[in-house]
Design a protein. Structure first.
Length: 253
């Protein structure tokens, strides 16, 4: 827990400052930042304790659902630094998601050519999931993987595109990603020796988003625009809408 962690950090900081004073190290602060992880509580929302009878044995959960399902369920519970009660039902949704991944990758067909639409989808989520991992936002990273699968499932994709999907999945479900990497895609070296996929800013710039235009709090039009345009450009497009013009009497503020 945080309180136990804090004592050790204080000791380490004291020792570092002493070593610095003795001229044995050239820095006097041992840590760049601190990230506290949360605590998994029992199903009753209280700290797990044998006396309370609320202990959940992770080994038993792994036997029931598999290592990857338990691992990604921890990541999906919520922000890394918060505490959560173990929920026996939430992992069932995770298992369904992983089964869908398994079935989708097993659709792989050697003859399928690269799919431009799928490339754009993968490009978008490569950036989003990568940023989530860097910022320790593992729960939104898992959410991104679920959205990615939802968008990809209607597409037939090439081996290269399946490889990107598995690379994005690998930090969260290392065993399933490795198994599919070898058994379905027939790769020879471990997926965990691969680099994180790169994304293309040009493809991101082509992405379309819906712009909701309101006048005095009421929706008057919905425009499809290129993601990332400036505020002035967005305002010009909104002001050009006939439906918006009808409802503007005074100068827009």
């Amino acid at each position: 827990g945080r309180e136990h962690n804090t004592m050790h950090l204080l000791y380490a900081r004291f020792i570092t400052k002493a070593l610095y004073s003795l001229g044995l190290v050239d820095f006097n602060e041992p840590f760049l930042s601190r990230r506290n992880h949360g605590v998994i509580m029992g199903p009753d929302g209280k700290r797990m304790s044998k006396s309370r009878g609320n202990v959940v044995d992770p080994d038993i959960e792994v036997k029931k659902f598999g290592t990857d399902a338990v691992r990604i369920n921890f990541a999906f519970m919520g922000p890394f630094e918060q505490d959560y009660a173990w929920n026996n039902s939430s992992i069932n949704g995770i298992v369904r998601f992983l089964n869908r991944v398994w079935e989708y990758v097993n659709r792989y067909d050697f003859d399928v050519k690269p799919n431009p639409q799928a490339v754009k989808i993968l490009n978008k989520y490569t950036k989003e999931i990568g940023n989530d991992v860097k910022e320790l936002k593992f729960n939104t990273g898992v959410s991104g993987l679920m959205k990615l699968l939802n968008e990809l499932e209607s597409h037939e994709i090439s081996k290269e595109e399946y490889e990107i999907l598995l690379k994005l999945l690998a930090p969260f479900t290392p065993h399933i990603a490795e198994e599919l990497w070898f058994s379905v895609l027939k790769n020879k070296k471990s997926i965990h020796l691969e680099k994180w996929p790169e994304y293309d800013e040009k493809l991101l710039a082509e992405e379309k988003v819906r712009l909701i235009v309101q006048v005095n709090g009421r929706v008057r039009d919905t425009l499809e625009i290129t993601k990332g345009i400036s505020e002035n450009e967005a305002q010009k497009l909104a002001m050009a809408s006939e439906n918006v013009k009808k409802h503007i009497i005074h100068e827009v503020k």
